[in-house]
Design a protein around this ligand. Structure first.
Ligand code: G3P
Ligand code: MG
Length: 483
């Protein structure tokens, strides 16, 4: 890419002259190089003329002050304003457990229960630890398994000397699918059951907002999937950008609206509809349309399209983003792809450029505290599900690949943190700005083994061996005593 320094520009006098002459037309000739132009080796028939300004971008001066450090390098635990509140759902206790009745136990569990009876101290430690797994970059890359993930989960599912389940939950900034569908997909890739009761994605806690707003615009995701998600969460009246385009195609001049989209959209007179909030659930599939509609709504009088508020702040509706990651590891071989965070940063800059004021917005997902608080609720319920004990383990280990999301959030929340090398983080050293408290690991299996050994002792066996259990002296003695 051609580059010029300020020295290439001749200064004020020259600029004035350029303006007076109307910018020069480059001469298409190899023998002539105009003052301040660079000959291009790659394009011999062109002359690369420097721009009259050397600034790279105007974005910095347009950025929301809360986004000046979008990478969170300054160790703040939140991208939100002080005082912003993020509602999360209150979870009900699991009702599937039959009070007073032990869980149904297949034969493996009978043997394991016996082994656990004989090692009560170890059992106590195992139940007092838990894992929270990031998904993309730790367990999978898109639809592709990170191979070590299977063994890591097998150990936690009971492939260990006590045959005990060590609790774990999934805590992902992923989005765009209903929880049951996402769990089924993950379960297939991992070859291990994944319950919705141990699963949190970026928009899961946003279901709490259904109690706050009646009509909402839901942005992002494939087709109409995010409408389905919002409706399943209990939102009463869910509008998606396609509904608005179907009502008035001129609102998004670059949109090509296909017959399938038209047939599935729900147009109505949006000049008579008050959209009370914008919820960005997932990555935009059409930045131009989504930006335009969000901008129109945020500049309108209380979310009524066709109006423009005199004061851009007073009548502005709230906007929520389900997560703030800039980058996401995918199957793409040459580096992570841009994620919802970059979509938001672009929008913030545009909003400020157009309105002159900063956008107030709320961001869920890791590293937001609300998401970790919700994770605790889920974990306590999951403990009840697998161990019939509604207690929160004290030693939680977050395994993540993104220092600016998984690790900073876990550190701030008082969890132990493990950074892995299979995702966003590159290099052979722990992250300097937001180091993981347990360090850097080659992959999730190494991290899990390290943390279990730390809690259970170096000699704890990471394999279930029924014959060894039955042959153990303690086991034989107790078996005789039972008879
Ligand atoms: O950044 C987007 C999202 O896909 C990341 O997911 O599992 O790494 O939190 P995860
Ligand atoms: Mg990740």
């Amino acid at each position: 890419m051609p580059a010029f320094s300020d020295a290439d520009l001749r200064g004020e006098e020259h600029h004035r002259q350029l303006a007076a002459d109307q910018l020069p037309i480059p001469a298409i000739s190899n023998s002539h190089t105009p003052a301040n132009g660079h000959e291009s080796e790659e394009h011999p028939n062109t002359i690369e003329v420097p721009a009259t300004r050397s600034a790279i971008s105007e974005a910095a001066s347009l950025m929301h002050s809360l986004s000046i450090s979008p990478s969170q390098r300054s160790r703040r635990s939140s991208r939100n304003s002080f005082g912003a509140t993020l509602p999360i759902p209150r979870l009900r206790k699991p009702s599937s457990l039959r009070p007073g009745m032990p869980p149904i136990q297949p034969s493996f569990d009978i043997l394991a229960a016996k082994a656990q009876d004989l090692a009560q101290d170890k059992v106590k430690v195992a139940k007092n630890m838990a894992f929270a797994f990031d998904i993309d970059g730790v367990l999978v890359h898109g639809d592709r398994l990170i191979p070590e993930a299977r063994e890591a989960l097998a150990i936690l599912n009971g492939d260990n000397e006590l045959g005990i389940k060590i609790p774990y939950i999934f805590l992902t900034n992923g989005s765009g699918k209903l929880e049951p569908a996402r769990c089924a997909q993950l379960s297939k890739i991992l070859g291990s059951p994944v319950s919705t009761k141990q699963f949190i994605q970026s928009h899961t806690p946003m279901s709490a907002l259904a109690e706050y707003y009646n009509t909402v615009l839901v942005v992002g995701g494939e087709g109409f999937k995010c409408r389905e998600i919002a409706e399943a969460y209990g939102f009463k009246d869910v509008v998606v950008p396609n509904d608005i385009v179907a009502w008035d195609e001129s609102i998004a001049p670059y949109r090509v609206f296909g017959p399938w989209e038209r047939a599935s959209a729900r147009p109505r007179d949006f000049t008579n509809t008050e959209i009370e909030a914008i919820l960005v659930f997932s990555d935009s599939r059409d930045y131009a349309t989504d930006y335009q509609i969000m901008m129109d709504l945020l500049r309108s009088k209380k979310g009524r399209l066709g109006t423009v508020a005199e004061d851009p702040v007073k009548e502005r509706i709230p906007v929520y983003f389900s997560q703030g990651d800039l980058l996401c590891p995918t199957e793409h071989p040459y580096g992570p792809r841009m994620s919802q965070g970059t979509f938001r940063l672009g929008f913030e800059a545009m909003y400020k450029a157009i309105t002159g004021v900063e956008l107030e917005r709320t961001i869920y997902g890791k590293p937001e505290r609300a998401t970790y608080t919700f994770a605790d609720e889920v974990l306590a319920n999951w403990m009840e599900e697998i161990h019939a004990e509604n207690v929160l383990p004290e030693n939680v280990y977050m395994v993540g690949d993104n220092p600016q999301s998984d690790i900073i959030g876990g550190n701030m929340y008082g969890w132990n943190t493990c950074l892995v090398k299979t995702g966003v983080h590159t290099g052979d050293e722990n992250d300097k700005e937001n180091p993981a408290s347990m360090g850097l690991f080659a992959n999730v299996l190494e991290a899990v083994k390290h943390c279990i050994k730390k809690e259970m002792g170096g000699k704890f066996g990471l394999e279930w061996d029924a014959e060894k259990v039955m042959a153990a002296d303690d086991f034989k003695a107790s078996a005789v005593a039972v008879e």
